[in-house]
Design a protein around this ligand. Sequence first.
Ligand code: ZN
Length: 255
Amino acid sequence: MKNVETRGLVLFSRNYREQDKLVKIFTESFGKRMFFVKNASKSKFSSSLQNFTQLDLLGTMNDDGLSFISDISDAKVYKYINSDIFAQAYASYLIGLSDVAIPDNQYDAPLYGFLMKSLDLIEDKIDMEVVTFIFELQVMSRFGAQLDFSQCVFCHRTDLPMDFSYQYNGCLCRQHVDKDMTREYLDPNVIFLCHAFMAIDYDKLPSINISDELKKKIRLFIDGLYDHYTGVQIKAKKFIDGLDGWADIMRDDVK
Ligand SMILES: [Zn+2]
């Protein structure tokens, strides 16, 4: 495909040979593509090819092998994400997840749009832990896990507190919890919120306020789901897990 135009987000770049760079860009119209940039440091595009940069690009997309950029315009960097270690870690995690959730070259404009919106929210300093929960839960379907947190898998009732069963890939109401003695025993708010996050309209997000204690419970539950259903290991996620203690220390300092 010669000189096609698309919006895209730089996922990462790495040096290649002496002077050149390989830059992976999630394009809105053509999926994730690896671009070859010759003499990268001298290229007029070099400043636009940093991580977390959104841009319009004109280029040649090749389904086999590398793609090429002929022009870049309207590059936008995320200032807060680039300057804050926590925001950067969360953004890297969402980007890493998007990278492994679908194969390269596969068109997925909805995932692209969802990732952009999520990064915009982190940039706007909306609760990045909650943005991440929503992203993780909604992206799970890309890994083949279609979970329904709204109803009991046996009787389909929706009005009782529920636990989660890995054996039945779904929720168990109070009358059916004994079907799986190895089920996850959950705070009812965890399932309630996970169900809400699956279908949430991002515009309503700023008004959501969740206690740190409940966030920790949701974090543990989603970690379990990801271990079980995706098996993916994203480097930035390990970093986030390690940041937890630091966040507490820094908050205590401010008090
Ligand atoms: Zn039931």
